[in-house]
Design a protein around this ligand. Structure first.
Ligand code: AHR
Length: 320
């Protein structure tokens, strides 16, 4: 049976909501992926801060990289009757049923930083960057840097099945396509972690004449790049020179590596996804204002020319 809210038109519902201060979100469930990277840690910190500043009681659930834990968390938030749900979905597929349950319970859901392949009427909005664009910014940087020089590239992908891993790969391949001097010779997941990034880079180096056959590394995040940089050094090569390093996130540690000449470029992903998400939620709950389906954050390229030490100093205490 449909509830009163579902039967009422959007306009009537909006004017009822505007009259009631209790319409503002008081309790929000947040299903976070885990803590695989410095970027993820900063997103968690900022989400907790943003909630506190707005007087929102944030119910935090760490999924430890497992979709099944995220689905359980969402069901528990629904059972508790939270006012809204934020979720950073670990992978892109498999969300239809639980999102339908949230919709049935009339709980707005906002996606943070990763996308799902479900119908967009199952969530209120998604806050994130253009992930394909990020990959193509990294690829274009390499194209420009090489200026036609031959280059074998190895790629460390993010978590298999996650939207950033899929889109950052596509964006990079689009940018290098048509540049026959650049060849993607190996590509494997490093699961967005430093440890796996190092491990996989070690195997790439071993398989490619101790790294002599590799000219550049493209990592889907900075943490994997930092792990790979360690592997390159241990193999007796100079990261940033013998092997160029380009990655994504712009976490403080990559700026330290850039300042030391061991990394070359990174594409920034803001960890403040919660600010725009709470703004959209507040407007929606106040008077029914529908946010756009995608609220896009910026993707800025940083290179060694951008005073990496100064950027490190600015960023180092921001929760990464
Ligand atoms: O979804 C965003 C990605 O997830 C970040 O780039 C990566 O560091 C994180 O693990």
């Amino acid at each position: 049976m449909k509830s009163t809210k579902a039967i009422l038109g959007a306009g009537v519902l909006a004017s009822m909501l505007v009259m009631s201060s209790s319409a503002l979100a008081q309790t929000v469930g947040f299903s976070q992926i885990g803590s695989e990277s410095g970027w993820r840690a900063a997103e968690t910190t900022l989400t907790l801060q943003q909630a506190e500043e707005r007087g929102i009681d944030l119910k935090f659930a760490d999924a430890q990289q497992k979709q099944e834990n995220q689905i359980k968390a969402l069901r528990s938030f629904i059972a508790q009757g939270v006012d809204a749900i934020l979720i950073a979905p670990v992978v892109a597929t498999g969300w239809d049923s639980v999102l339908e349950e949230a919709k049935e319970a009339e709980i707005p859901v906002i996606l943070l930083d990763r996308m799902v392949d479900s119908s967009d009427d199952l969530y209120l909005t998604a806050v994130g960057s253009d992930l394909v664009h990020e990959g193509s910014v990294a690829g274009q940087w390499l194209v420009d840097e090489l200026a036609g020089k031959d280059c074998n590239v190895v790629e460390l992908q993010g978590t298999t099945g996650s939207s950033p891993a899929i889109d950052r790969k596509n964006g990079f391949e689009q940018a290098i396509s048509g540049h026959d001097n650049i060849k993607l010779i190996r590509s494997q997941t490093g699961d967005f972690t430093r440890t796996k990034g190092k491990e996989v880079m070690e195997s790439f180096l071993k398989a490619e004449d101790s790294g002599k056959n590799i000219c550049a590394l493209y990592a889907h995040n900075d943490d994997m790049a930092v792990g790979a940089i360690q592997a390159i050094k241990e193999a007796g090569l100079k990261p940033g020179e013998d092997i160029l390093v380009v990655s994504i996130d712009a976490v403080p540690d990559i700026f330290q590596a850039m300042a030391a000449g061991e990394a070359n470029a990174t594409v920034e992903l803001t960890p403040n996804m919660a600010g725009p998400a709470f703004d959209a939620l507040e407007a929606y709950m106040k008077d029914g204002t529908m946010p756009p389906k995608f609220i896009q954050t910026e993707s800025k390229l940083y290179t060694q020319a951008d005073d990496p030490q100064a950027v490190y100093e600015q960023k180092k205490d921001l929760g990464y």
